[in-house]
Design a protein around this ligand. Structure first.
Ligand code: DAT
Ligand code: MG
Length: 193
């Protein structure tokens, strides 16, 4: 029996067990497909996280993924790519007049990046605090930048800074069919559903 089937079977079993006690008058547990339409709003907030070329070179991809999985977020998009100047020019459009802009593009095209889309409650704000301050000198220990970097020009990872920016960045880095919608079995444990 597959993982999802086991979860479904457990959910159905819990429903049957409730027949023998006074709790039975409560409405049945939601099925997996309905989880997102009940309970906590905003469960499907998404953000773009990217391990930058220095992070990939230093084999930090697994550590970054581990932190987001461990925190309880759901991976819905993942790819390794050599980013073009075009995509980076759009991504960093707001910084185009900064003195470090050309060097930033050079660094971001110096090797592959791992782009990811993570989903979950308040994921944009939470991932910014997991990643830490832009300048690693100010990033707290325990954050990605605070644990793995020392200079602002090599700060290992990108995280979208608002829900609106996240939407724009996700559609820049991922085609619609590269995002996978899937139901995660631990969601009724992680959230009040
Ligand atoms: P963040 O990545 O925390 O959202 P940002 O959007 O202000 O920060 O800047 C984007 C990236 O540009 C940042 O991660 C690293 C680089 N950068 C920012 N300030 C810099 C500086 N003063 N010198 C060199 N690179 C800088
Ligand atoms: Mg930014």
């Amino acid at each position: 029996m597959g993982f999802l089937q086991r979860c479904l079977a457990r959910s159905l079993l819990q429903g049957q067990r409730s027949l023998g006690n006074p709790e039975r008058l409560k409405p049945p547990l939601p099925t997996w497909g309905l989880l997102y339409s009940t309970g906590v709003p905003g469960l499907q907030e998404r953000t773009l996280i990217a391990v930058k070329p220095d992070g990939v070179q230093r084999r930090l991809v697994g550590d970054v993924i581990k932190r987001f999985e461990q925190r309880g977020f759901k991976l819905v998009g993942l790819k390794l790519l050599q980013a073009s100047e075009g995509i980076l020019a759009e991504h960093y459009h707001e910084l185009r007049r900064k003195p470090f802009y050309q060097e930033l593009l050079r660094y971001m095209t110096s090797g592959p990046v791992v782009a990811m889309v993570w989903e979950g409650y308040n994921v944009v704000k939470t991932s910014r605090s997991m990643v830490g301050e832009t300048n690693p000198a100010e990033a707290k220990p325990g954050t990605v930048r605070g644990d793995f970097s020392v200079h602002v020009s090599r700060n290992v990872v990108h995280a979208s800074d608002s829900v609106e920016t996240a939407q724009r960045e996700i559609s820049l880095w991922f085609r619609h069919d590269e995002i996978v919608d899937w139901d995660c079995c631990d969601h009724n444990v992680m959230y009040e559903l």
